[in-house]
Design a protein around this ligand. Structure first.
Ligand code: 5GP
Length: 129
């Protein structure tokens, strides 16, 4: 069965898209730690990120870099954290989290509750063409 992220990429489940190319897709995390928390995924489904080929992995990081640059300029945050967990969804992904302090990337803290309108506005503001 396709992963939830493959269903998102296929458009079978809605998402707040931030960027897309031939091989990768970026969209807002539905349970964000910070405004603009984005997930970057390869379109080819693979569970463990280090099972991607060298080419796929480096392409994914380059794609993530373009998103992170946009996040940093829009949010004016200190840095954008790049985090990989993959404990919940078995489809390799990078979390990109606008960050000003370590507390911003504490996955145990309560997630932000955003309205649909807020998600749309945020996704539009960091869209990478
Ligand atoms: P991880 O696998 O890295 O531990 O966590 C998976 C992440 O994917 C979580 O931060 C969770 O909020 C996010 N997530 C899970 N299901 C969905 C979904 O259907 N849509 C979106 N946008 N994010 C999801």
């Amino acid at each position: 069965m396709a992963s939830i992220f493959s269903m998102i990429i296929a458009g079978d489940i809605p998402s707040y898209k931030v960027a897309e190319d031939e091989n990768y897709y970026a969209f807002l995390d539905i349970n964000p730690l910070a405004k603009g928390h984005t997930l970057v995924v390869p379109k080819r489904e693979e569970d463990y990120i280090f099972d991607l080929s060298d080419e796929e992995l480096s392409g994914m990081v380059k794609f993530a870099k373009r998103v992170a640059e946009k996040q940093k300029s829009v949010f004016g945050c200190k840095k954008v954290a790049m985090v990989v967990l993959g404990l919940e969804v078995p489809h390799a992904h990078i979390h990109l989290i606008p960050m000003n302090s370590e507390a911003d990337v504490d996955f145990r803290k309560a997630k932000l509750q955003l309205t649909k309108e807020e998600f749309i506005e945020i996704a539009e503001s960091i869209k990478v063409e």
